[in-house]
Design a protein around this ligand. Structure first.
Ligand code: 3BY
Ligand code: FES
Ligand code: FE
Length: 424
């Protein structure tokens, strides 16, 4: 049998890396990606290695693990990750795999524990990942300190928890400082998740993100959302009319008087923060534009806060009104399956049935998610056609999709090159 070139033995994805790098070099700016980026299982494996295992990911909110021992888990590709609150409020993250024979430690999506105890043979870890106990049968040379849980980098800001599975995470500090600033009015330690939805869309995660980055499709597909949301992202939008700009300036002056941040902040193409007005007369993303929750968030004194939009590539977008916030988290499952988790947040003292009605709170984004899911799934089915070719994005309606594809291509290419320089 002829020997395989050695690099193929080391790395089953070696040929995919080369092909992907070449496709990215040759791709046309402003066009959708070549077909394998959306439907190929090997390219999906590369996405998981080079993007999801190396870039900062939005994982969840600090309010979901309010006190010591509270944990949550999430699935990133083949691996599960535990995020747990330890001593003095510190947040730790670990790969959810026991150092004995690899069993998953935490099997639930969330819970509260005193210690992390493996369900298989009861090896017991402290909340900071140190192995405390492994029975009496591991032999004389066994050293507990060699068998702590594998850590995952974790940072938080403005109530948002981010994790990074890589060995060498890029700095994220500037963005976290900004998150603190923009979310300060919401007092994110005193909010709660009032509702959550988990949808599995039959589409590649990049189609999910691309769909979110444009409102070209909104007019035809999102009647509920467009009752309150302007198709213009903000006053800088190329389509913003003079009237809209004047309207923005009036709102911005109101927000300034309350010290509510609204200015657009960007961190490369990865993050964007900006507060933009809702349609005139609307104060919340509901069908009638009236409040969904009577108790406002944080230190808000007026409901008329527009929406604070927060983007985090590769996997989150967010809208925060004065009375409630909505966060979205995108986790790929396979080349053509993606989990989209939506969480509706309100003041932690808001009372269900008194201050808010869950059905009303979630109505608009449930409807919008269902519509987007259909769009993404039809996009995927069409992209799978033998006749699919990359198509042009609109420079005025889809500039943010271009930004996403540019971010993705650059991160993929950079991370591939870093691997190459490690190997040689
Ligand atoms: O999430 C947003 O901001 C909207 C909803 C639909 C399209 N997108 C730009
Ligand atoms: Fe965890 Fe054995 S696999 S204790
Ligand atoms: Fe949409």
């Amino acid at each position: 049998m002829p020997a395989l070139p050695s690099h193929h033995l080391d790395d089953p994805l070696a040929s995919v890396r080369e092909a992907t790098s070449t496709m990215l070099e040759q791709r046309a700016y402003g066009y959708s990606l070549p077909q394998p980026f959306y439907n190929d299982a090997r390219l999906f494996a590369l996405d998981m290695q080079e993007i999801y295992a190396k870039e900062w990911l939005f994982a969840g909110h600090t309010c979901e693990i309010p006190s010591k021992g509270n944990y949550m888990t999430l699935q990133i590709g083949d691996g599960s990750v535990i995020i747990v609150r330890g001593d003095k409020g510190t947040i730790h993250a670990f790969h959810n795999t026991c150092r004995h024979r690899g069993s998953r430690l935490c099997t639930a999506e969330r819970g509260k524990v005193a210690k992390l105890v493996c369900p298989y043979h009861q090896w017991t870890y402290d909340l900071d990942g140190r192995l405390l106990f492994a029975g009496t049968e591991m032999g004389p040379d066994f050293d507990l300190s060699d068998h702590g849980l594998a850590p995952v980098a974790v940072r938080s800001g403005g109530g948002y928890i981010f994790i990074n599975l890589g060995d060498n995470p890029a700095p994220i500090d500037d963005f976290l400082v900004s998150l603190e600033h923009y979310y300060e009015p919401y007092d994110m330690e005193n909010v709660k998740v009032a509702a959550e939805s988990n949808i599995i869309e039959q589409g590649n995660w990049k189609l999910v993100m691309e769909n979110n980055r444009e409102c070209y499709h909104c007019d035809a597909s999102h009647p509920e959302l467009l009752k309150t949301l302007s198709e213009f992202d903000d006053a800088e939008d190329p389509r913003a009319t003079p009237q809209y700009k004047t309207f923005c300036r009036r709102k911005q002056a109101d927000w300034d008087s309350e010290h509510i941040p609204w200015q657009q902040a960007r961190f490369g193409r990865r993050n964007r923060l900006a507060r933009t007005p809702l349609l005139e007369g609307a104060v919340s993303m509901t069908l009638d534009g009236k409040l969904a929750c009577q108790k406002l968030m944080g230190r808000m004194t007026s409901a008329d806060m527009g929406t604070l939009r927060m983007l985090h590539l590769p996997n989150s977008w967010n809208h925060f009104c004065g009375d409630h916030g909505v966060s979205f988290r995108v986790l790929p499952i396979s080349a053509q399956e993606t989990l989209v988790t939506t969480k509706w947040l309100v003041h932690k003292d808001a009372v269900e049935g008194v201050d808010y009605d869950v059905e009303r709170l979630r109505y608009v984004w449930d409807a919008t998610n269902a519509q987007d899911r259909q769009l993404v799934e039809e996009n995927q089915r069409g992209v799978n056609s033998m006749a699919y070719r990359p198509g042009p994005y609109s420079p005025t309606y889809e500039f943010a999709v271009i930004d996403f594809v540019e971010w993705y291509s650059e991160r993929m290419q950079d991370n591939l090159n870093q691997n190459a320089s490690h190997l040689h």
